[in-house]
Design a protein around this ligand. Structure first.
Ligand SMILES: Cc1ncc(COP(=O)(O)O)c(C=O)c1O
Length: 389
């Protein structure tokens, strides 16, 4: 028997990938599956971004770049950050990483070890908890409640901080709930955090452009009082429909930057060069396709919410951001994961059971509405027929 570290007894997974594999296998066997499971835009990467990568390859950009990313890419991220948040960030605090996930991996590795506590949203992106467990740190769930509009509560979050807390993970707009935490609540949280200078903060803002109904994304970057312990996770995957390119960025405070740089040198060396040129084109080029995509998500959101609320036993709060709906299915009488499995096998609709996002996800399922209006309507019809059986 080979002896590996105990972290692998605790590390988890992302069930969205398992559901995707099952849905793909069922499709391969001729079953008509509507996939509302995986969290990625159903749009193609805009053409000028693809062209920029092709040009970079033809121009001979085939080698390593600096581990932290091309200066031009980091400058582009700084320009974009100034446009979206009004905050000036130095390229010296920015790192280009192979996907948004890499930032959470790095941040949790930097702070997690036995004896440490890390706060994370529940329900929330499953990799937060998985990686916390991997490091041996104690995962402390911060409840994200439907009755609070799926926003995090400053008061509840602050009440969970102890002298052992090393890192607080925040996410707004949120996966899986679509919740957007209002600015006033973030202000309260930041005020409270001043009493806990030993706590670092990682704010996952990967859905920052996807807010609806006049809701505005409030970046944690806009609070100078926490900048020296704030990590901001963002990236290209969702905004420019680039999930397969594996392109993310993060902003780090001076005191942590060299740690993440060293992780890059030890692990991924750098992000592939042509993708970085594509990333620059994404930021500096026209944004009309991004706007078009967000408008499409907004329209589909209304269709999903209305459709779900017309079904017996299901009630769906209107999500204010991202591209997920997180309906409450408690009244159907089904445990959420069993409902998700039965809907895939019997109705041909792939979605994810809420418990895959945390203990408080029981009683909910996640639908990604990154799919056509026609497919969303067909999926609702199928769910209705299934529930009527
Ligand atoms: C909240 C959140 N953070 C980070 C990520 C990871 O993004 P990437 O595909 O760029 O690694 C996702 C992807 O689904 C996400 O939902």
């Amino acid at each position: 028997m080979l002896r590996t570290i105990s972290g692998f007894d605790r590390i988890g997974e992302e069930n969205a990938f398992a559901v995707l594999a099952r849905a793909t296998a069922l499709s391969a066997h001729g079953k008509d599956i509507i996939n509302l499971g995986i969290g990625q835009p159903d749009f193609k990467t805009p053409g000028h971004i693809v062209e920029a990568a092709i040009k970079a390859l033809k121009d001979g950009h085939h080698g390593y770049t600096p581990a932290t990313g091309l200066l031009a890419a980091r400058e582009a991220v700084a320009r974009r950050t100034l446009t979206t948040t009004g905050v000036e960030v130095s390229p010296e605090n920015i790192i280009i990483v192979p996907g948004g996930k890499v930032t959470m991996f790095a941040a949790i590795l930097i702070f997690g070890e036995p004896g440490a506590e890390i706060l994370y949203p529940d329900p929330g992106f499953p990799i937060y908890r998985s990686m916390i467990e991997f490091t041996g740190a104690k995962p402390i769930p911060v409840p994200i409640r439907e009755e609070n509009g799926f926003a995090f509560s400053a008061e509840e979050t602050l009440s969970l901080i102890t002298p052992k807390t090393r890192l607080l993970i925040l996410n707004s707009p949120a996966n899986p709930t679509g919740g957007v935490t209002p600015k006033a609540e973030i202000e309260n949280l930041v005020k409270g955090l001043e009493a806990h200078p030993h706590v670092a903060i990682m704010s996952d803002e990967i859905y920052d452009v996807m807010t609806y109904d006049g809701e505005e994304h409030c970046s944690l970057l806009t609070f100078p009082e926490i900048r020296d312990r704030l990590i901001v996770l963002n990236g290209w995957s969702k905004t420019w429909a680039m999930t397969g390119w594996r392109m993310g960025w993060s902003i780090w405070p001076d005191q942590l930057y060299d740690k993440v740089r060293k992780l890059a040198v030890n692990c991924w060396s750098c992000v592939n060069a042509p993708s970085q040129f594509a990333g620059i084109a994404a930021i500096d080029g026209p944004q009309d396709e991004v706007e078009k995509m967000c408008r499409a998500f907004d329209n589909r959101r209304k269709i999903v919410v209305d459709g779900l609320n017309s079904l017996p036993g299901i009630s769906c709060a209107t999500p204010k951001g991202a591209f997920y709906a997180f309906p409450n299915v408690k009244e159907t009488g089904w445990p959420a994961k069993q409902l998700a499995a039965a809907l895939l096998d019997e109705a041909g609709v792939a979605l994810i059971g809420g418990p895959d996002f945390g203990i408080l996800g029981e009683g909910y399922v996640r639908l990604s509405y990154a799919n056509s209006e026609e497919n969303i309507l067909r999926a609702i019809e199928r769910i209705e027929k299934f529930l009527a059986k």
